[in-house]
Design a protein around this ligand. Structure first.
Ligand SMILES: [Zn+2]
Length: 289
């Protein structure tokens, strides 16, 4: 169990959108890398173009190298299909949320009436540099008020054009097990069923979030009036907002998954992300009737 002193550098990250001027690696946060390799990941994703539409949405550059941010979309026959957007790798050093994508694309039922779009890795430079931050040292997931970063503008544009019915953001954090943040538009019963699906797949649910706050039930951080108040102050005073708050403003249900970046069990970290996407797909397919 991480102590408050362990997570203090992480909490401090919530106070600054730009902590560095480059994609800094952080040694204090206890991140255990899973061996992400940008070239082979790109190749693996592009190989899905026999089944999905794979589009290079943007290229981001750092020190003479440029990296693609890819979108992968199901070729859904129905324009009216329910649309699920997966935001992967907005923090480049949270590798489970990126390395889960090939398995998700492999297992996603493309005939099931729930259209899928994945943006990956949103922070392509951070992913290549094992950094939370983009090439200019910005935390992209704090940029949904001012949209200073190209990557946040890409996510905004995707919301405008794709108009997802549901968003999943894939993250990792310093807590000792997995939990989800559910924004105010997420039905509480749905969130509990998704957590049950995670547990059934072998995922351990956290009893405390990364601020040390108790989670009731385990694994669930629901949007409360107090939390919404804090997020409003955060946006108003520091000019910062994450995808979950931005989605809430747009009226879109959003769940953020946080697996434990401290866990040496690589497979378990990836599995939580795969299981959540597939469980939500099943829920949305059922609800669409
Ligand atoms: Zn994150």
């Amino acid at each position: 169990m991480p102590t408050l002193r362990d997570v203090k550098p992480f909490i401090q990250l919530h106070l600054r959108q730009r902590a560095f001027t480059y994609p800094a690696q952080d040694q204090e946060l206890g991140v255990i890398p899973l061996g992400y390799e940008p070239e082979s990941f790109e190749k693996a994703i592009r190989a899905f173009d026999d089944r999905y539409d794979v589009v290079e949405e943007a290229r981001v550059a750092y020190q003479g190298t440029s990296r693609p941010i890819l979108s992968v979309s199901s070729r859904s026959p129905e324009a009216a299909a329910t649309r699920l957007l997966v935001v992967s790798g907005i923090h480049g050093n949270e590798q489970a949320g990126i390395m889960c994508i090939p398995e998700i694309l492999e297992r996603y039922d493309r005939e099931g009436g729930v259209a899928l779009r994945v943006l990956t890795p949103v922070n392509a430079i951070g992913a290549a540099e094992l950094s939370r931050f983009n090439a200019d040292g910005y935390d992209i997931n704090r940029d949904f008020v001012k949209f200073r970063t190209e990557e946040a503008r890409l996510v905004r544009r995707t919301l405008e054009e794709y108009r997802p019915d549901f968003i999943l953001s894939l993250h990792e954090g310093p807590q000792d097990a997995a939990f989800i943040f559910a924004n105010p538009h997420v039905d509480g019963a749905l969130a509990r069923r998704l957590l049950a699906a995670l547990e059934a797949g072998g995922t351990t649910l956290a009893t405390k979030d990364y601020f040390g706050l108790r989670l009731r039930p385990p694994g669930l951080s629901e949007s409360t009036p107090v939390q919404r108040g804090i997020l409003r102050v955060w946006a108003a005073t520091l000019g910062m907002m994450a995808v979950n708050g931005y989605a809430a403003q747009q009226g879109i249900p959003e769940i953020t998954l946080e697996s434990s970046w401290r866990s040496p069990d690589h497979a378990a970290r990836v599995r939580a992300h795969v299981d959540l996407v597939l469980a939500l797909r099943d829920e949305l397919a059922g609800g669409a009737g």
